[in-house]
Design a binder for this molecule. Structure first.
Ligand code: HPA
Length: 311
């Protein structure tokens, strides 16, 4: 095999991955594998984005933060903020929806250097897994050692109310996009085992800070669905039986590459609504928005506390 890298049979790592009776060979050398062109293109994109960002921002972020929809309050607290819209960054995906372009916000929160993704990319918008992963790789390459991911989610666990915050202890990946691609891109050394994606030390810290601030934070399991449609009541019953406490359409595609890159990952869901069929109370859109706005402030306080004490 070209490049002298060892060949690994994907069947050794994923025993169920076979094509008929033939094990599928994946060259893990980025120069020769079946995804080599994509891998090379991604490497170039990361380099180009890094050059662009380094020419604008000198401070190295320690904590990267991805904010879910309607949960952006904390971005207002970033001091010495430098906003870099995604639209200018070479190779970056960007929304075609006016006013929703999104940006990195560099600066400091409570004295800690951060980079905030105000606006994220979802698979349901049509982005490839590599597009969703690119900003995560870039933030890691800029020096971020920690990633905090937030999202809006539907509550599955009976009794969850809009506005409640859930600490993601684990996830159920029903998106399953880009796993092999991501694995090959990493050279076969990382990303392949999403066990313990979420740092237990970071979770412990989050629980301590929440208790000190008197902010409710219940641990639970997040299920990731591709979307874009909301789930049916039957799907929610299935997810509940699988052990999911909340459901959303993001996060997993960011968390897996981040953990693979060695980042300490923390995930917090904000329950914005009861998932389909869970509640017979009819929630109005206004109530959901109100719950989200109030929760965004509370989540902001919690994030500030966690970031200030990030080791
Ligand atoms: N389902 C999926 N994603 C969501 C939901 C939901 O009920 N609420 C917010 N994001």
């Amino acid at each position: 095999m070209a490049g002298g890298a060892s060949t690994t049979y994907i069947g050794q790592l994923f025993p169920s991955f076979s094509f008929g009776s033939t094990a599928f060979e994946v060259g893990l050398d980025a120069a020769s594998g079946p995804l080599s062109k994509q891998v090379e293109a991604t490497m170039h994109e990361i380099d180009a984005a890094l050059d662009y960002l380094r020419s604008r921002v000198v401070r190295e972020p320690k904590v990267a933060l991805i904010l879910g929809s309607g949960l952006g309050a904390v971005v207002e607290e970033v001091e010495e903020a430098i906003r870099v819209p995604y639209t200018g960054i070479p190779g970056f995906p960007h929304s075609t929806v006016v006013g929703h372009a999104g940006a990195f916000v560099f600066g400091n929160l409570g004295g800690v250097d951060v980079v905030v993704m105000a606006g994220r990319f979802h698979l349901y918008e049509g982005w490839a897994a590599a597009d969703v992963e690119l900003p995560v790789s870039v933030m890691a390459a800029l020096g971020a050692t920690h990633l905090i991911v937030t999202n809006a989610a539907g509550g599955i666990r009976v009794g969850t109310r809009p506005g409640e915050l859930m600490l993601i202890g684990d996830h159920i990946d029903l998106m399953r996009e880009g796993a092999v691609e991501s694995y090959v891109r990493s050279g076969g050394e990382t990303n392949h085992a999403p066990v313990d994606c979420y740092s237990s030390e970071y979770q412990q810290l989050a629980l301590e800070v929440a208790a000190e601030l008197g902010i409710g934070l219940f641990p639970g399991t997040y299920a990731g669905m591709l979307g874009p449609s909301f789930e049916t009541p039957a799907e929610i019953r299935m997810l509940g039986r699988m052990g999911a406490d909340a459901v959303g359409m993001s996060t997993i595609t960011e968390v897996i590459p981040a953990a693979g890159l060695g980042m300490r990952v923390l995930g917090i869901s904000c329950v914005t609504n009861a998932a389909a069929g869970i509640s017979h109370e009819k929630l109005t859109h206004a109530e959901v928005l109100e719950a989200g706005a109030e929760a965004s402030q509370r989540l902001g306080k919690l994030l500030m506390g966690i970031i200030a004490r990030t080791p």
